[in-house]
Design a protein around this ligand. Structure first.
Ligand code: UCC
Ligand code: FAD
Length: 588
């Protein structure tokens, strides 16, 4: 070899082997559950139109948009405080790809579809299906879109009139040159979960009826937005404000510049240095006289921004399910290319078992997310029953908290399925995990949303739970006489009885007991409901054997952890002390 000059490993010759990369194919055509769901639920004509649009969009995502998403990741935003001549400009410089995402979002109607309502009650399912295909390739542009959608929803619910009718038309347009995005500035330094005590921003009334805001917003994402909704406390003539939630009002502000190019009433302190979501700017903002208009009645800020929270939490869930689907799609492709121990990964049963378990999680998440989108569409189109409305309120925090956690677990497992390559930055794979990690933090952490579940149960005097039990039974009824589904139906029925027993017993206990059980309760609600959805889907006449297999596998897990843990005494009055002693263990 040496004489012939053909040594395989010398100088530029590194051998002939190169690892094959996973190939992203059209994410719509690759997703049989999404197509099956749409075929099952959408009226025929609607499905035809939606199918054709999603197919074309899926092609565009795979061929073009995914590359822009990668460009956003490798060209993160930066903050330019001063121009070359010393003037303060606070300019957030974003990549050309980020700007292309904005134009694309308008053209494709990624917010507009939800407001045009061309397909009536199915418009939200259509819009969210499109976002689901887009999300993992969007370079996190789904974040400003979520807040934009949420802002449009708030404006619509308050009434599209002065001073926001112009803003509403910008938020919901398909014309790129007119399209605006919105921010959602809620979190301040003292707390993001506890908004009521955390908000220090004051609103000073002006003689023309407008306000000037003074405060410090600690996390503001997609800060290159054109406008924002935010919370502040109105200062009265004595110069004082009302503390707590009752002092908070909702404000609308445009992000604009004066004749010298300076932001009006805003200083961008710095951009956050984040684990993930690096494609998108997240800034700390000093509000120093930001001109604003009050949208809510005084003291109704939290209740008024709740519509935004509902929308952004649903978007979050769509992104969570999409992240799981994307990592699986790539892992599946990779398993047909990579060889280990003499055969392709797809021919190793243990590897296939691993991917199949991820698939079960992903399918469950998808059906829950789509069901909540279905409920939202029904509510917005005036066809929701009271049961639908109760379910939507209960399931919104449930779907957000559950899919946020599932996404981290599934995407993490997904990375391992690429072996070492899953850990290599420029494959683009690690970014999927980094971006998934935030899904359980922003828009309400897992615990805070679990407590929201408790609050909505209490405030509805149990009506939301009644709706939940009624609807799961309706879903299970579709399996009557389907013998192959019997083990799954039995498991869900057992879990439902356990849940009912828990609820009855908890009603006799102190609030502390329920608070300790909140997270397990939310997980139980999610797992049982998903079980029912999977069973119902598997019993549809167009279902495949895979749908039945998924339902059976899902229902093998502990569907009602709150009952299991209750049985082990996990919520007793002695538990908090034991937990704290364990966490702060000082015994050694
Ligand atoms: O994180 C953020 C943006 C991230 C970027 C966007 C990503 C989007 C997804 C992208 C995917 C890639 S913005 C910051 C988000 N922050 C939060 O989510 C805050 C978390 N904390 C909570 O949710 C708390 O539960 C609070 C702040 C809502 C608790 O405040 P209060 O004042 O203690 O709330 P109350 O007293 O429980 O409720 C006050 C009123 C009540 O109405 P009334 O007075 O009529 O009875 C409640 O019923 O607000 C109503 N309300 C709700 N209504 C409260 N929460 C809700 C709700 N979830 N739905 C409906
Ligand atoms: P804390 O409230 O301090 O929570 C800390 C821990 O305590 C959490 O585990 C939480 O679950 C737990 N906890 C809190 N209260 C309770 C309780 N009562 N019982 C049990 N456990 C509890 N905010 C905006 O307003 N706009 C934005 O655009 C925005 N963008 C963001 C972007 C990124 C990348 C990130 C990471 C955050 C962003 N946020 C934004 C902030 C985000 O919404 C908050 O960080 C989040 O709501 C949590 O608030 P916190 O950070 O104050 O955490």
């Amino acid at each position: 070899w040496e004489a012939a000059g053909t040594l395989p490993f010398t100088r530029a010759r590194i051998g002939s082997f190169f690892q094959e990369r996973p190939v992203l194919k059209n994410p719509f055509l690759e997703d049989s559950l999404l197509r099956g769901y749409l075929r099952r639920h959408l009226p025929h004509e609607v499905n035809r139109a939606v199918f054709s649009d999603l197919c074309a969009f899926g092609e565009r995502v795979a061929e073009e948009v995914d590359g822009w998403g990668r460009e956003c990741e490798v060209t993160p935003p930066r903050l330019l405080h001063y121009d070359p001549w010393g003037c303060r400009v606070d300019h957030i410089v974003t990549s050309p790809a980020w700007k292309r995402m904005k134009d694309l979002s308008a053209q494709e109607g990624l917010v507009a579809i939800g407001y045009e309502r061309s397909f009536g009650q199915w418009s939200r399912v259509y819009q969210m299906s499109k976002l689901y295909i887009f999300s993992p390739s969007s370079g996190l542009y789904t974040c400003p879109l979520a807040m934009t959608d949420g802002a449009a929803k708030v404006i619509q619910s308050i009434g599209v009139s002065w001073p926001v009718e112009e803003a509403y038309s910008h938020l919901t347009t398909r014309q790129p040159e007119r399209f605006w995005t919105s921010g959602q500035w809620m979190t301040e330094r003292q707390g993001g979960s506890d908004v009521a005590s955390g908000t220090e921003t004051v609103a000073i009334p002006q003689t023309d009826g407008s306000y000037r805001l003074h405060g410090f917003k600690w996390f503001t994402s997609a800060t290159d937005a054109d406008m924002t909704l935010t919370l502040a406390r109105v200062q009265n003539q004595m110069g004082t404000t009302t503390p707590g939630s009752k002092g908070l009002s909702l404000f609308y502000a445009e992000v604009s510049r004066d004749e010298n190019g300076r932001l009006r009433g805003i200083e961008v302190q710095r951009l956050k240095d984040k684990l993930g979501t690096r494609q998108m700017p997240t800034a700390e903002l000093l509000l120093d006289g930001l001109p604003a208009y009050r949208l809510s009645e005084e003291g109704r800020g939290v209740a008024s921004i709740a519509n935004m929270l509902t929308i952004t939490r649903i978007h979050n869930s769509v992104s969570a399910a999409a992240a799981m689907r994307r990592v699986l799609q790539l892992a599946r492709d990779y398993a047909t290319r990579r060889t280990a121990f003499g055969k392709l990964l797809k021919d190793h049963p243990l590897h296939m078992q691993t991917l199949a378990r991820m698939e079960v999680e992903t399918r469950g998440a998808f059906l829950l997310v789509m069901d909540v989108c279905r409920l939202l569409g029904r509510e917005e189109n005036g066809v929701a029953t009271q049961l639908d409305t109760h379910l939507l309120r209960l399931l919104t925090p449930v779907v957000k908290l559950y899919t946020g956690k599932q996404a981290v677990a599934v995407v993490s497992e997904g990375l391992e399925s690429f072996g070492g390559q899953g850990y290599i930055e420029d494959t683009g794979l690690p970014g999927l995990l980094r971006d998934a990690q935030v899904l359980s933090i922003w828009e309400g952490t897992t615990n805070v949303l679990s407590l929201d579940v408790l609050r909505c149960v209490a405030r509805s005097s149990g009506m939301v739970l009644h709706a939940y039990f009624t609807h799961t039974q309706t879903l299970l009824a579709s399996a009557s006489g389907v013998s192959s589904m019997a083990p799954a139906v039995k498991a869900v029925n057992k879990a439902l009885s356990e849940l009912q027993a828990f609820v009855q017993e908890a009603a006799t206990k102190s609030p502390d007991y329920l608070e300790l059980a909140a997270r397990d309760l939310a997980f139980s609600l999610a797992r049982i409901y998903i079980g029912s959805l999977l069973i119902d889907h598997a019993c549809w006449k167009g279902a495949s054997p895979c749908d039945a297999y998924t339902a059976l596998r899902w229902c093998e897990q502990d569907l009602c952890p709150v009952a299991t843990k209750q049985g082990r005494g996990c919520y007793e009055s002695s538990t908090p002390q034991l937990d704290a002693a364990l966490v702060f263990d000082q015994n050694y």
